[in-house]
Ligand binder design. Structure first.
Ligand SMILES: Cc1cc2nc3c(=O)[nH]c(=O)nc-3n(C[C@H](O)[C@H](O)[C@H](O)COP(=O)(O)OP(=O)(O)OC[C@H]3O[C@@H](n4cnc5c(N)ncnc54)[C@H](O)[C@@H]3O)c2cc1C
Length: 460
C-alpha cells in the first residue's frame, strides 16, 4: 500500500520537509544498491540527522506498521538496502560527524554516516590505525560496515569490523534508544548485545553511534607482488606461508581475467603473462617485517613464482593495493551485469574451490573472473553477464547453486563478508540448519514484533 499522506506529513514534521524525498526521479537512485539485477522503488527517502529523529521515525513506523529500510551509501552486495515496496528508506549519510577521538583510551566515537576512509584518515592523523579496509572504503559508511560486519584486505592479520567495535548506540524498532558496550577493554555484564547487532544487516535496530577501537600504527610495511603460471602454485604459496606461521596483513589474489581488467583500468604495470597474482603485505617492526618478507618470497619462489616484485616505496605499495581494490569496478566494465559472489572455504580447500569455480563456469558456458582475500579463504567469483538475457541469467543462478553447495561441502560458508540480504536468503536454511534458523527468527520477532525493519531480508 502506498505511504499514507498523513504518514508523509508526520515524517516531514520529524526531519523537516526538505529531508523527505518523494518524487520518482529522486527515488530512483535509492531503488537499488551494489547488488546486480535487483531494483525496487521505495515510498520515500528520509534523511535523518540526529538519534532523536531516527527514534521518532521508527516510533511512527512501528505505530503505523510502515516498513523501514536503513541505508548508508548503498554499496552492499547482497541487496541489504534494497527497498521493500512502498517502504521508508532511512538514509543516514548526513549523520557524518566524528564525535570524539580519545587518545588515552585509543577509541573513536562516530556517527553511522562517516565513511570508512574518513575514519582511517582520522586515525592516521592521530598517529593511530583503524585496520578494516573494505574495497569500498572510500564511500561505504561505518553504519553499513557494522551492519554487514565487513571485512577487507587486512582481515587476515587484523580481523574484521567486529574486532574494532567496542560500543554501539542503537535505536530499536519501537523507537527506544539503547547503548551497548563501552570503553572498557573487559566487560562481561550480561549478554553481549553489541555482538548481536554487528552483522544484523539492518534487521534488528538502527545503529546511530559507533565506538571504535584503534590500535598503534605499524612502524613499517613491505608490499610484494608474486606471479604464477598456475593457480595451484599461488594457492600452495598461501598454504605454505600460513604453515610457516607467518600471518601477513594482506594475502590477496587475482586470476588472469581479473589481472587483465585491473591493468587495463588502473594501469599500474601488473605483469600480464601469468595465471595468478598474489599481493602480499607484512607490517610491524622493521626487523620482523624484513624477515617475514624474505620468508614469504622464499615460499613463492619454492612454488615456482615467475616473478616476485617488492614495492620500492609507500606510493607504489598504495598503487598496488588500490589496483586490487578496483577489481570489481574493473571487471564491471566488461559486461552490462556483474554478479560478484562471496564463497568462503577453509584455507586448506582454496585450490580445490578455485578449480571448482573454473569448472562450473565452463560447464555453464559463463565468463568468470575470480579474485579475493586468499589468506582468509574468501573468494569472489564474479560472473560477467547481461541481466536482459534470461536464459544466461538462469545458467548463472545454476552455477552459483553449485558453487555454494561445494563451499558448504568443503566446510565453508555461503558468505564471508557481504551478508545474506535478499541475494542469499534461499541458501541460509541449508547452511544454518533448523536450530539456528529458529533462534534467529525468534530473536528477530522479540526485537521487532511488527516486522518493520528491513522486511524480507535474511529470511522471510
Ligand atoms: C566496489 C565494492 C567493493 C567492496 N568491497 C568489500 C570488501 O572488501 N569487504 C566487504 O566486506 N564488503 C565489500 N563491499 C560491500 C559493501 O561495501 C559493504 O557491505 C559495506 O559495509 C556497505 O556499506 P554501505 O554504507 O554502503 O551500506 P548499505 O549498502 O547502505 O547497507 C548495507 C546493509 O547495512 C544496513 N545498514 C546500513 N547502515 C545501517 C545503520 N546505520 N544501522 C543499521 N543497519 C544499517 C542496511 O539496511 C543494509 O542491510 C564492496 C562493495 C563494492 C561496491
Amino acid at each position: 500500500m502506498p505511504l499514507a499522506q498523513v504518514t508523509l506529513n508526520q515524517l516531514r514534521h520529524i526531519v523537516g520537509a526538505e529531508a523527505v524525498l518523494t518524487e520518482p526521479e529522486d527515488l530512483i537512485p535509492y531503488s537499488f544498491d551494489g547488488t546486480a539485477a535487483m531494483r525496487q522503488m521505495p515510498g520515500c527517502i528520509v534523511f535523518a540527522q540526529t538519534t532523536q529523529q531516527v527514534a521518532a521515525v521508527l516510533k511512527l513506523a512501528n505505530e503505523t506498521r510502515t516498513p523501514v529500510v536503513t541505508r548508508g551509501s548503498g554499496t552492499g552486495l547482497s541487496g541489504g538496502s534494497l527497498p521493500s515496496t512502498d517502504c521508508v528508506v532511512l538514509c543516514l549519510v548526513k549523520m557524518n560527524r566524528i564525535l570524539e577521538l580519545d587518545r588515552a583510551n585509543l577509541t573513536m566515537l562516530v556517527e553511522p554516516g562517516v565513511t570508512t576512509l574518513q575514519i582511517a584518515d582520522a586515525a592516521t592523523g592521530a598517529g593511530l590505525f583503524y585496520p578494516p579496509d573494505p574495497g569500498s572504503m572510500k564511500i561505504s559508511t561505518i553504519g553499513g560496515n557494522v551492519a554487514e560486519n565487513s571485512g577487507g584486505l587486512r582481515g587476515l592479520k587484523y580481523g574484521i569490523t567486529r574486532n574494532y567495535v567496542m560500543g554501539l548506540e542503537v535505536v530499536l524498532p519501537n523507537g527506544e534508544v539503547c547503548w551497548t558496550g563501552n570503553k572498557c577493554v573487559k566487560d562481561v555484564a550480561g549478554y553481549s548485545l553489541r555482538d548481536l547487532f554487528i552483522g544484523s544487516e539492518g534487521t534488528l535496530g538502527v545503529i546511530t553511534k559507533v565506538l571504535l577501537r584503534l590500535i598503534p600504527k605499524p612502524a613499517t610495511k613491505k608490499t610484494m607482488v608474486a606471479t604464477f603460471a598456475q593457480m595451484d602454485q599461488a594457492a600452495q604459496t598461501v598454504s605454505d606461508i600460513i604453515a610457516a606461521q607467518i600471518i601477513p596483513c594482506t594475502l590477496e589474489f587475482l586470476d588472469r581475467t581479473t589481472i587483465r581488467c585491473v591493468e587495463d583500468f588502473a594501469k599500474v604495470g601488473l605483469p600480464l603473462d601469468c595465471e595468478a597474482l598474489l599481493l602480499m603485505e607484512t607490517d610491524g617492526h622493521p626487523a620482523p617485517v624484513a624477515e617475514e618478507a624474505a620468508k614469504m618470497e622464499e615460499c613463492a619462489r619454492k612454488n615456482g613464482a615467475m616473478e616476485v616484485r617488492v614495492a620500492k616505496d609507500e606510493a607504489e605499495a598504495n598503487k598496488l593495493a588500490t589496483a586490487r581494490r578496483s577489481a570489481f569496478s574493473a571487471l564491471a566494465r566488461l559486461s552490462p551485469t556483474t554478479i560478484l559472489e562471496d564463497a568462503t572455504v577453509p584455507r586448506s580447500e582454496l585450490a580445490k574451490m578455485i578449480r571448482f569455480v573454473a569448472a562450473v563456469a565452463k560447464k555453464y558456458n559463463l565468463r568468470v573472473g575470480t579474485f579475493g582475500h586468499m589468506g582468509d579463504g574468501n573468494l569472489h567469483p564474479t560472473f560477467l553477464t547481461d541481466e536482459r538475457n534470461k536464459e544466461e541469467m538462469h545458467r548463472v543462478e545454476e552455477a552459483f547453486k553449485e558453487i555454494f553447495d561445494e563451499a558448504i561441502r568443503l566446510g565453508g560458508t555461503i558468505t564471508g563478508e557481504h551478508g545474506i540480504g535478499v541475494a542469499k536468503k534461499s541458501f541460509l536454511p541449508k547452511f544454518a540448519g533448523d536450530a539456528q534458523m529458529r533462534v534467529m527468527r525468534e530473536l528477530r520477532r522479540a526485537l521487532d514484533p511488527n516486522g518493520i525493519l528491513n522486511p524480507g531480508k535474511m529470511f522471510d
